[in-house]
Ligand binder design. Structure first.
Ligand SMILES: Nc1ncnc2c1ncn2[C@@H]1O[C@H](COP(=O)(O)OP(=O)(O)OP(=O)(O)O)[C@@H](O)[C@H]1O
Length: 539
């Protein structure tokens, strides 16, 4: 929560609170001056001039209140939008380094909900929490101070009643509301389950006791549901009564206390009307506190979840003092051992593998032998538990992460195809590729037919659903080929292809001047240009 509050623009938030407080005070002053004006007019003064200051006050406070409210809303929303943009950027900034290894435990839906729902929930932090609390303190405190100038006793009563309406009532309502909501949710769930059971098992019930037992259980749960609804209605009635009744008490107390002063000649009747109505108007200061108490729990929980995500440690980090990226693109795995988090056996144990600069190496082995793990280590998605992986002779952990990843192009077993155009998907490989370059690479991987049917600007469907699995795999391959990376890491690029296409793709890769490390289950399709490395799962 503290981290979220730190993202608010301090001076603007403070100004919004001050404007909100001034709006409330203007409202109270408008009531006070109007009351004094009516009382003054009822005394039939000899000339209207004596009422001029009050008439001016009515106009002044009436107009200022509208202008202040407008400016305050403008500022509050500005602060909110800026804060949300910062929170969202901060979350994404922290999310990106976590990918892919540190996010494998998080389900996609949870992530989406954190990034979207929780960040949206935090939008309320100014409007629903900070501003109402600040306004209550500032406007409430000022109103009590001003009232004390007229009647200290009335000011003390006002302070007490503001505390009741701003703290005691919302706190009690929030606690009781939580209990009522839990009871209502349980009763609703029981009624829904009973109804479903009754309908689904109707033949069984009818052949038994005619459904009497099931109906009795449903009846009990319906009673509980009704009781929960009554409790919620009672709570709402009590809070409404407090919201309406407490200011009334304040008004009566002010009339009585200041009225006593008027009777004793210590003050004038104009002040009696002004003070009493001003006290009534001052209760607007705590008007937003009830909603703030209810919102606080949700906002605190959302802030906690966003913070947890932000506090998660990436699986790999940039070195404190990175070395310059070497010019060579040879990859080497030296005595590499890695156990995935949560796994009982290592995925790789003591792996030695050399992929010289410009070499074409095919990694084969049974399912689960650790082939994809080798590519993940080369990409520095993870670091080995023991041993090292080098690029151009330098340990990957000593090189800047972004630079390493820009040197490597990776195509996954099932590449991520976005719900975008064909061209948009390909330009993930190289953002400035021309249309001609896109057509050429599509032709290289045998997707010229798709390009002709769909067009470069054709939409490939959500997740690439308008393409076959083999076409999606070749979109991933085309992306890798397009990139300017010096090393291609390809995870089963020919898995879904027929023999002719497989031969064509392997030939294309063998002719590529770059270093290629590919995973395949079909070593028979490789010709003499490929070095084959066999990987066996550690015993
Ligand atoms: N994120 C992970 N968490 C835990 N264990 C994992 C994880 N990723 C892979 N493993 C385990 O590591 C081992 C090697 O997996 P890997 O994906 O590297 O195998 P593979 O040779 O590429 O298999 P396939 O040919 O089936 O794709 C497997 O036993 C797998 O269950």
């Amino acid at each position: 929560m503290r981290e979220t509050l730190a993202l608010l623009h301090g001076p603007r938030t403070a100004l919004a609170v001050v404007l909100g407080a001034l709006t409330v005070l203007c409202g109270a002053a408008l009531l006070a001056v109007s009351g004094a004006l009516i009382t003054g007019a009822a005394q039939r003064p000899s000339t209207l001039l004596v009422l001029m200051p009050l008439i001016t006050g009515v106009r002044l406070f009436g107009l200022s209140r509208a202008a202040l409210r407008y400016t305050e809303r403008l500022l509050t929303h500005d602060v909110t939008l800026r804060a949300v943009a910062r929170v969202r950027a901060r979350v994404l900034e922290r999310l990106v380094p976590l990918a892919p290894a540190a996010l494998t435990g998080a389900r996609g839906g949870q992530l989406l909900s954190r990034v979207r729902t929780d960040v949206d929930e935090l939008q309320g932090v100014v409007v629903r929490l900070v501003a109402p609390a600040g306004v209550a303190l500032l406007a409430g405190g000022t109103a009590v101070g001003l009232t004390a100038l007229v009647s200290p006793a009335t000011a003390a009563v006002l302070a007490g009643l503001l505390a009741v309406l701003g703290v005691a009532v919302p706190a009690a309502a929030a606690r009781a509301g939580r209990r009522a909501a839990v009871a209502a949710a349980r009763a609703d769930a029981d009624v829904a389950a009973d109804t479903l059971d009754l309908v689904r098992g109707l033949p069984d019930h009818l052949s038994g006791d005619g459904g009497a037992t099931a109906l009795r259980a449903l009846g009990e749960h319906l009673d509980r549901q009704e009781e929960a609804q009554r409790a919620a209605a009672r709570l709402s009635a009590v809070t409404t009564l407090c919201r309406e009744g407490v200011p009334g008490l304040g008004l009566v107390a002010a009339l009585w206390l200041v009225g006593t002063d008027v009777a004793a000649g210590r003050t004038g009747p104009l002040l009696l009307a002004g003070c009493a109505l001003g006290v009534l108007g001052a209760f607007e200061a705590v008007g937003g506190i009830g909603a703030a108490w209810s919102a606080a729990g949700g906002i605190r929980a959302a802030a906690g979840r966003v913070h947890d995500l932000a506090a998660a440690r990436p699986a790999v980090t940039d070195p404190a003092e990175p070395l310059p990226l070497p010019s060579g693109s040879a990859l080497r795995f030296e005595a590499v051992t890695l156990t995935h988090p949560g796994a009982v056996r290592p995925a790789l144990r003591g792996l030695d593998l050399a992929v010289p600069d410009g070499a074409k190496v095919a990694l084969t082995g049974g399912s689960g032998a650790g082939k994809s793990t080798v590519l993940a280590l080369a990409l520095r998605a993870r670091d080995p538990d023991a041993g090292r992986v080098t690029l151009g002779g330098t340990d990957l952990r000593r090189l800047p992460l972004d630079a390493v990843r820009s040197r490597l192009a990776w195509s996954a077993q099932a590449p991520q195809v976005l719900g975008a155009t064909l061209a948009g998907n390909l330009r993930l490989g190289r953002h400035d590729a021309t249309d001609d370059e896109l057509r050429a690479v599509l032709s290289d991987v045998g997707l010229d037919g798709v390009a002709a049917d769909l067009g470069l600007d054709g939409w490939v469907g959500e997740g690439g659903e308008r393409l076959s699995a083999g076409e999606r795999a070749r979109v991933g391959l085309a992306r890798a080929l397009l990139s300017r990376a010096g090393v291609l890491l390809l995870d089963e690029p020919t898995a879904h292809l027929d023999p002719a296409l497989t031969e064509r793709v392997l030939d294309l890769l063998a002719r590529d001047r770059r270093t290629v490390l590919l995973v395949t289950h079909d070593p028979a399709a490789l010709d003499g240009r490929w070095r084959v490395a066999r990987l066996d799962a550690p015993a």
